[in-house]
Structures are given as structure tokens and as C-alpha cells.
Design a protein. Structure first.
Length: 357
């Protein structure tokens, strides 16, 4: 699926019949359907509510589908303006709401947000596949790609044309109908598995709390970290104690400054073992299933493995190049690491240096 995050523009909304209770119609109250009215058009988080997301997603998909239909039905000879640029500009509302929602689900989720994601992700996956595997749209993009050097395009326009053509190929536009259906199924499964993976990490983060009730265990910590931990404890109903979490502003200062080594180990292990605790939030089976699906997807698209599929669109281009780079880096890096470990061990004296030190 191709997700383009472009600049925000004002979008018109449909006029709805007035409500008898004098409340504004839902569309008029949805901040995604108009300019935010904020400096630099940053998201109006104070106005955005959970009930706004699904209507905005659905309207965004509807608008982009209409925009794609305009490209397809245009009888003019395909060129950069009516095909590549028109496609590039499509889906702005979808990008607008997605840019807010998916960033929030990564860091500030809730059960309701997760339910919204579970409902919308399969729809988004199907919507993206419908566009990227549309044979009529791809035919027009391919025409521009095949004739890009004969259309008086500048270097940037040629690069954009090549990028979108390759994006469509990598998204399955060149597959036969049966393989397209297989790829759609894989993409839907991967979208849901990725969502569950992230939800599990969020749940693990939320479940871990390092509670300190002895002020001596705060030794070494800066006052700002101590104050933040006291505020977190108050929020959690444990006023008079200190609560440290796995969020980076809490975790990093604790690992860097806390004198209590056992507590440093506890919070460090809490962080690195997220999703690997053999509980309901365990990610091991998800990782295995995602790896199998990614391999299946790569082979379907003509690649030996998923790494080859991913690297083709990156600077390294292929697995041997990455392996060569890592091999050249490994020996000098290990040499420096051993030297630094020796210096740290001299400071630690009889205590073996561990990761939480």
C-alpha cells in the first residue's frame, strides 16, 4: 500500500439537514473536514475526538476513490500532469486523518482507539490495494513511465514518475488476478498482525511500574526525574511514593543516574522483555506469523526473501551489499566495544558490567 503524506488543504463538506435538537450535524463538528485554524495548520488535538476518526477515514477513502476515477476516465493521452501529479495529489483527507490517528495509536492509545484501528485497518488495506492493483490506473502510469524521456519532463518529474511506477510494481500491479487476490489477503493479515504487535507493546508499557517507597532508592537521580515519578505515583493513586515507567523520559534518566543497581536491572529488563513474557501480550507467535507472510509476499513479487524486497527500494539495494558493509564494520566496531568495556570494567572493579550499567 502506498501512503503519501502531503500538505493539508481545505476540504469541502456535505451540507446536512439541520437537527431538531439544535445540535450541529456531525460533519460540521468534525475538525478533519475543514482547516484546523491553528498556527501552521497543526492538528487541533483539543477538538479531535475518537468519534471523528471513522467518518473521516471513510470520507477520505471515498474522496480518493473519486479522484482515482477521474484519472482513469480521463480520455486525454496520459502525461505527468493528468496522471502522475493527479495521483500524487489524491487522498489528502485520508493522509490528514491518518497522520493524526496512527501517530497517536503509537504513543497514546486506548481500548477505544485500538477498536477503531481494528475496524479501519482492513478497510485501509483493501482501499490501498484497490488503487495500487487497479489495471486501468497502472496502464496510464506505465504509459507515462515508458515515455518519460520524450515528454520534456525535468529530472524531478522523471524521478517521481519512476518512483510511482516502481511503487505500483512492488505493490502487485504486474501480478495476475489470482496472485493479486493472494497478495491482498496477505496485506490484510499483515496489517492486523502489525496492529496487534503494536498494541501488545503498548500494553506491556502500561503494565510495568517500578514503585519506589524508600527515598534512599532515589539516590543519584536528578530532581526533575524524582518530581516526575512523584507526579506519576499521585496519578496512579500512590501519593507519597515514586513510580517510574518504561516511557523514555522516565526510563533513560533512571538507567543513566540511579545508584541502585538492582532497580536499574529491573527497569532495564522490563523494557527489553516487552512482548516476550509468555503472557497475553506475547509477540513471539506474531513475529513468526508475520515473518512467514512477509516471505510469502516477497516470493509472490519475485524476490528471494523479504530483505531483498525491502532493500531494493533503499540505498543498499541488495542483501550482499548490506552483508559486505556489516562485515567491514563488525571487526573495528567490536575492537572499540571491547576497549570501552575494559575501561568500564576498571571503573566497576569487582562488579561485572552489565547492560543496565
Amino acid at each position: 500500500m502506498d501512503r503519501k503524506f502531503l500538505s493539508v488543504i481545505a476540504l469541502s463538506i456535505m451540507t446536512l439537514a439541520s437537527c431538531t435538537n439544535n445540535e450541529k450535524p456531525a460533519a460540521e463538528n468534525n475538525p478533519f473536514f475543514s482547516d484546523y485554524g491553528t498556527p501552521f495548520e497543526t492538528p487541533a488535538f483539543d477538538k479531535i475526538k475518537n468519534e471523528h476518526y471513522i467518518p473521516a477515514f471513510e470520507e477520505g477513502m471515498k474522496q480518493q476513490k473519486a479522484e482515482i476515477d477521474v484519472i482513469i476516465k480521463n480520455r486525454a493521452v496520459p502525461d505527468f500532469q493528468n496522471t502522475i501529479l493527479a495521483y500524487d495529489k489524491s487522498g489528502e483527507l485520508l493522509d490528514k486523518v491518518g497522520g493524526v490517528f496512527f501517530n497517536l495509536t503509537e504513543c497514546l492509545s486506548s481500548d477505544e482507539m485500538q477498536n477503531i484501528a481494528a475496524e479501519i485497518m482492513p478497510k485501509m488495506s483493501a482501499h490501498g490495494d484497490e488503487i495500487s492493483m487497479n489495471p486501468l490506473l497502472f496502464e496510464k502510469i506505465k504509459y507515462v513511465y515508458d515515455n518519460r524521456h520524450n515528454m520534456n519532463l525535468d529530472d524531478q518529474q522523471i524521478r517521481v514518475t519512476e518512483k510511482y511506477y516502481n511503487d505500483f510494481i512492488r505493490s502487485g500491479a504486474g501480478l495476475n488476478d489470482a496472485d493479486k487476490e493472494t497478495l491482498k489477503s496477505i496485506n490484510e493479515k499483515l496489517s492486523l498482525l502489525s496492529l496487534q504487535f503494536g498494541n501488545n507493546l503498548l500494553a506491556e508499557n502500561a503494565a510495568f511500574k517500578l514503585v519506589i517507597d524508600n527515598e534512599k532508592d532515589l539516590s543519584g537521580l536528578p530532581q526533575s526525574s524524582i518530581d516526575a515519578a512523584a507526579e506519576q505515583a499521585k496519578k496512579d493513586g500512590m501519593e507519597g511514593k515514586w513510580v517510574f515507567t518504561l516511557s523514555k523520559p522516565s526510563l533513560i534518566p533512571f538507567l543513566q543516574y540511579a545508584d541502585n543497581r538492582d532497580l536499574r536491572e529491573k527497569i532495564y529488563m522490563g523494557y527489553v522483555m516487552r512482548g516476550n513474557n509468555d503472557n497475553t501480550n506475547d509477540n513471539k507467535e506474531l513475529i513468526e506469523e508475520m515473518s512467514k507472510l512477509r516471505l510469502q509476499k516477497a516470493k509472490l513479487l519475485g524476490y528471494e526473501d523479504y530483505a531483498s524486497y525491502v532493500l531494493e527500494a533503499n540505498m543498499a539495494k541488495d542483501v550482499p551489499t548490506v552483508d559486505k558493509f556489516l562485515a567491514e564494520l563488525f571487526e573495528p566496531a567490536v575492537k572499540v566495544a571491547k576497549k570501552e568495556l575494559k575501561e568500564l570494567q576498571e571503573i566497576a572493579k569487582d562488579t561485572k558490567v552489565e547492560s543496565w550499567d
